[in-house]
Design a protein around this ligand. Structure first.
Ligand SMILES: Nc1nc2c(c(=O)[nH]1)N[C@H]1C(S)=C(S)[C@@H](COP(=O)(O)O)O[C@H]1N2
Ligand SMILES: [Mo]
Length: 161
């Protein structure tokens, strides 16, 4: 399996097109594919992103909640209850090096509760070899809708006190 120390997820060698490694401080690191993610309960999101060049782009995305997928991987939050969860960033890395940082609290229903998806379909069409794409319905701009992602990381960042 891949470890978080493989510090350059941009150059991870993945077993199939569209596969994404889920790594970090997790009990169950995983390999996410559109096929595997289609087994999860699905949400839909109608999203419009304002783009500088091309106006507002509207799409309907479907996929599981990122929160559910990451929770199933067993983040190592420790015994401190919900306060522990505030120390964990969620990183999303594209093959081209475009990256974004979310926080666990942003997607956690006890805090921000944003219904972020790894989308497996766009406008009804399966993403397949394009791989799952993060969709953040709360965003006005499309910059976190990263295409060609290779890795999602969940790592305790701030030391526990
Ligand atoms: N991998 C990758 N994804 C990316 C980007 C990028 O540079 N690399 N740019 C982002 C930005 S700034 C925008 S506005 C949207 C544009 O999405 P579109 O190409 O589907 O219109 O893609 C986002 N996803
Ligand atoms: Mo953008």
């Amino acid at each position: 399996m891949y470890a978080a120390e493989d510090a350059d997820p941009q150059h991870l060698r993945l077993p199939e097109p569209g596969a994404v490694v889920l790594l970090g401080d997790l009990a169950r690191p995983d390999l996410l594919t559109v096929g595997a993610l289609r087994g999860w309960p699905e949400r839909a999101a109608e999203v419009g992103f304002e783009c500088s060049g091309s106006g507002t782009r509207r799409h309907r995305f479907q996929g599981p909640l990122l929160y559910d997928v990451l929770t199933a991987a067993g983040p190592a939050f420790g015994p401190g209850g919900r306060r522990e969860r505030l120390r964990f960033p969620v990183t999303v890395t594209g093959r081209d090096g475009h990256r974004a940082l979310l926080s666990w609290a942003e997607i956690d229903p006890d805090f921000g509760g944003a219904p972020v998806l790894p989308a497996t379909r766009i406008d009804g069409v399966p993403l397949g070899a394009a791989g799952p794409q993060p969709v953040l319905p709360q965003d006005r701009r499309g910059a976190r809708h990263i295409s060609g992602i290779t890795a999602v990381g969940v790592e305790g960042y701030l030391p526990a006190r």
